[in-house]
Design a protein around this ligand. Structure first.
Ligand code: TXA
Ligand code: MG
Length: 354
């Protein structure tokens, strides 16, 4: 398949491209597009064949449901059985934006889109290209992240091209995304709203609007008997090809500790990488040292994390050691992704270990 690749700088100058993309979606084809979180791989959410194509383009297990993207809040009433007060308050506070809400679905939403579930995840993205594409196409867009299953989500069009060129009809290049990690998912089908996947919209931000919010225990613990409510969270996503470990402890000890670990692995003949920050980058001695951003602004870390993980795949490092990034607004979401990429391998360094 020949994939059309189009650049959009300003939505106002790109209506012809967006209409072409809309025609592809209406005809059951697939279009990758930027959102404020990560790039999405879109198809008509109400067309089972289109969702089938999404699963095969990604190589994704078909029990892993897709998020349905809408361009106006009122669309939710066409797709779900009940919108209660808490849902309305959250939609009012955070839509358009990086929050996905899970509702009980109406029959119009095919099981192929929801991975066989009676619930549907819905999000109204704030990225101008995404909004305009949904509105002009006239379809609701089912869109998982536009990566091959198991790879880090794409944060620039080049990542989508690497994974999807030749497999889908069109890729819209809208430049680098803003946030860099996927939306917060909140399940509204139980008594208490429950976070199924952490993201930019934090527990505190949600609780300020609706009161008590729970976190799905399966995303907090490494207990294999707990089954995550968001099926996608059970897969070892984002895992780089090399073995990634997170090193925790006081900053200077972490640097000394990582340098020691790197030295040992290099003595064994391995190629070794380090995920550092702008502040610490020059203090490591490894084959490759990549900065994930600055500690002064955790948004920079979220924005760079997936790019750095992809770069390590290309560099062919067999071992990667990463600093820990648990502080700041996005710390919880960043560590959720990093821990999964590391298969929960954490090395805790104390002064006496050095
Ligand atoms: O930021 C985002 O959410 C991006 C952009 C493109 O919008 N999309 C995204 O989609 O991350 P995806 O497919 O990579 O991740 C969707 C997650 C999966 O973990 C899936 O299991 C969960 O949402 N999910 C979807 N529908 C669900 C449902 N009905 N109940 C529980 N979890 C659901
Ligand atoms: Mg994904």
């Amino acid at each position: 398949m020949n994939t059309i690749i189009e650049k959009i700088k300003d939505v106002k100058d790109a209506y012809a491209i967006l209409d072409e993309a809309g025609d592809i979606l209406k005809a059951g084809g697939l279009v990758a597009f930027p959102t404020e979180t990560v790039y999405g791989l879109g198809g008509d959410a109400l067309n089972s064949q289109a969702s089938g194509k999404i699963y095969s383009a990604k190589g994704r297990p078909s029990d892993n449901p897709l998020i349905v993207h809408i361009a106006k809040k009122s669309s939710v009433y066409e797709l779900v059985k009940e919108v209660d007060d808490k849902a309305l308050m959250l939609m009012e506070a955070f839509w358009p934006g990086p929050l996905t809400l899970v509702f009980k679905k109406k029959d119009i939403v095919p099981y192929s889109t929801t991975g066989g579930l009676d619930t549907v995840a819905i999000r109204m993205p704030s990225h101008p290209v995404a909004m305009e594409l949904i509105a002009r196409s006239g379809v609701y867009i089912a869109a998982p992240s536009a990566n091959t299953s198991g790879r880090p989500s794409p944060t620039v069009a080049q990542h989508v091209i690497e994974d999807m060129n030749g497999r889908i009809d069109m890729i819209i290049d809208g430049g680098a995304v803003g946030i860099g990690i996927e939306s917060t998912i909140v399940d509204l089908t139980g008594d208490t709203p429950t976070i199924l996947r952490p993201g930019y919209i934090t527990k505190t931000m949600l609780e300020d609007i609706v009161g008590k919010v729970d976190i799905d225990p399966a995303i907090e613990h490494v207990d294999p008997s707990l089954k995550p409510k968001a099926p996608g969270m059970k897969y070892t996503h984002y895992a780089p090809k090399g073995e990634l470990s997170i090193v925790e402890g006081p900053r200077d000890e972490v640097i000394t500790g990582i340098n020691k670990l790197v030295k040992n692995r290099r003595n064994e003949g391995f190629k070794v990488g380090v995920i550092a920050t702008d502040e610490t980058k020059c203090r490591y001695e490894a084959d490759y040292v990549l900065s994930a951003g600055t500690r002064d602004d955790d948004l920079t870390v979220a924005a760079a994390l997936y790019k750095v993980l992809r770069e390590f795949d290309e560099l062919g490092c067999q071992y990667i050691y990463s600093e820990s990034f648990s502080e700041g607004h996005l710390g919880y979401a960043i560590m959720n992704r990093l821990l999964r990429a590391a298969g929960h391998r954490v090395i805790n360094i104390k002064e006496e270990d050095i």
